[in-house]
Design a protein around this ligand. Structure first.
Ligand code: TMP
Length: 237
């Protein structure tokens, strides 16, 4: 499959069209941003870790009945995926208080929830991805009622699969962000990526952070954290 032209460049990935209209190639960069692009940096080797980890997890989820955009890993950094129209909602599932949840509600990080939570952000950089509820999403025609129900159902199922998977690697899945897309026939599939950029991973024994929070919060050891989590995944294959 040949790349024809770059059709999109985001903060962490580029997307190329191919000879086949229904397929695109995603290319993962080492670039890292935080706070809506205000903080910029590079995390050496991140592109390859995120690409390979995301592909591995999408294949695991497919086996568990979650449809995804994944088609084929082409190289360390490049993957062939189905072309979708991204639903402009960021879906965030949380198992433990952290990040913006802890800040917004004035609670400590690290409090486990009895039940996972779901929230939506309107994917809009100009507005800073504001938090919205499903009624707002309907009012803004970002998705239909049925699509939102499907997205919720898939997201909670993904949480169950990933939580168990990471626990076996001695990792607590604290929270994560998902994006979904529509195929030409309207079917909803999991898109974007699942990686240390989009999840919070804490070591089960020490609660050490093994994710992008080390970059967001200037904690150091960023590359090592990506290597550590990726190493645990590979050791478990
Ligand atoms: P938050 O606590 O900052 O709202 O983040 C929740 C989860 O979503 C966390 O695992 C990191 C991820 N996330 C993204 O993937 N992209 C983003 O732009 C933000 C703000 C968070």
């Amino acid at each position: 499959m040949n790349k024809t032209e770059m059709i999109y460049e985001g903060k962490a990935k580029k997307v190329f069209s191919t000879d086949d209209d229904s397929l695109v190639i995603v290319s993962y960069k080492d670039d890292a941003t935080a706070f809506n692009g205000l903080k910029k940096g590079t995390i050496a080797g991140k592109g390859a870790v995120n690409n390979r980890m995301s592909n591995m997890l999408m294949q695991l989820l497919e086996k568990e009945g979650i449809p995804t955009h994944f088609v084929k890993e082409l190289s360390d950094r490049e993957t062939l995926v189905k072309r979708v129209k991204i639903v402009p909602l960021e879906v965030i599932i949380r198992n433990v208080s952290a990040g913006s949840f802890a800040k917004r509600y004035g609670v400590e990080e690290g409090i486990p929830f009895d039940e996972p939570t779901i929230e939506f952000s309107y994917k809009n950089d100009e507005l800073g991805d504001p938090l919205i509820n499903s009624y707002h999403a309907l009012a803004l025609k970002l998705a239909t009622k049925e699509e939102i129900e499907t997205i919720k159902k898939y997201s909670f199922k993904i949480n169950e699969v990933l939580k168990a998977y990471f626990l076996a690697l001695n990792v607590r899945l604290i929270d994560f962000k998902l994006e979904f897309g529509r195929l030409p026939d309207g079917k909803i599939v999991l898109a974007d990526e699942i990686s240390p950029d989009t999840c919070r991973f804490w070591d089960k024994n020490t609660n050490e952070k093994l994710d992008k929070d080390r970059f967001r919060r200037d904690m150091g050891g960023v590359e090592d954290a990506y290597k550590e989590i990726f190493g645990r995944i590979n050791a478990n294959k």
